[in-house]
Design a protein around this ligand. Structure first.
Ligand SMILES: [Zn+2]
Length: 207
C-alpha cells in the first residue's frame, strides 16, 4: 500500500498528491498546484521530507507551488520531455493571473522522465499519454495497483484536447493505453474524485 494524501488546490480543484511508503519520512509530490501553504502544512503534519516533484504535465494549475517547494527542499522536478518548454512559457502552461495565487514559474528546470523511475522506494512506470499536452504522462505504481492519471483520465471524463499542443488522436491512443491496465487499478486524477480503470473503461466502450 501507498500513503496518498490529496491536497486540493486552487479554483480548479487541482489534486496535489503527497505520496510515500507507509512509515517512511520521504515523500514525493505529484502535481503541486497553487496552494503552497496547504501543501507545506500537509508535509509538516505528516512529518514528510519532500524528495521529488513529479508533474503529469506542465499546465500552470498543476505546478505553481513547484518553485517554492524546490527552493525549500532541493527536491528534483520531473516532467515529460515534450512538456519541458512549457515549464517557463506562459503561452504553453496557460498561466492565468486571474485565477492563480502564485506567479508563473521562471527559471524552473526539470528532468525529463525515462520509461520508469524509483522515488522514495516507490517504482513507477512512466506511461506516455499525450493528448491533453504533448508531453503528458501518467505515473503507474504497478506493485501498489495505483495510477496517477493527471488530466488524461478523470472520474467520468477525459482531458480537454482544445489547448495548444493538444491532440484528440493522441488522447484516444492514450486512453487505450490506460484501459489496457488491470481493471482494479485505483486511479487518482488531476481534478475530481478517484476512480478505477474498469469503471472508466466500461463508460467509454472504445471500439
Ligand atoms: Zn491540464
Amino acid at each position: 500500500m501507498l500513503e496518498i494524501q490529496a491536497v486540493v488546490c486552487g479554483v480548479y480543484d487541482e489534486n496535489a498528491y503527497i505520496v510515500s511508503l507507509p512509515g517512511s519520512p520521504d515523500a514525493l509530490i505529484i502535481d503541486p498546484g497553487d496552494d503552497y501553504p496547504a501543501i507545506v502544512k500537509a508535509l509538516a503534519a505528516g512529518k514528510k521530507a519532500l524528495k521529488a516533484v513529479c508533474l503529469t504535465h506542465a499546465h500552470f494549475d498543476h505546478m505553481l507551488a513547484a518553485p517554492g517547494l524546490i527552493a525549500d527542499t532541493g527536491a528534483r522536478l520531473y516532467v515529460g520531455a515534450l512538456d519541458l518548454p512549457a515549464l517557463n512559457d506562459e503561452s504553453l502552461n496557460l498561466h492565468n493571473p486571474d485565477v492563480s495565487r502564485l506567479p508563473p514559474p521562471a527559471g524552473l528546470s526539470g528532468i525529463a522522465y525515462g520509461s520508469s523511475l524509483v522515488l522514495c522506494g516507490v517504482e513507477f512506470s512512466v506511461l506516455p499519454t499525450p493528448g491533453h499536452t504533448p508531453g503528458g504522462v501518467c505515473l503507474y505504481a504497478k506493485e501498489h495497483g495505483v495510477l496517477f492519471s493527471g488530466d488524461t483520465l478523470f472520474l467520468g471524463a477525459f482531458g480537454r484536447v482544445d489547448f495548444p499542443g493538444s491532440s484528440a488522436r493522441d488522447m484516444r491512443r492514450s486512453l487505450e493505453l490506460l484501459f489496457a491496465l488491470p481493471g482494479d487499478t485505483r486511479t487518482y486524477p488531476g481534478h475530481g474524485g478517484q476512480t478505477t480503470i474498469a469503471r472508466e473503461r466500461a463508460r467509454y466502450r472504445m471500439p
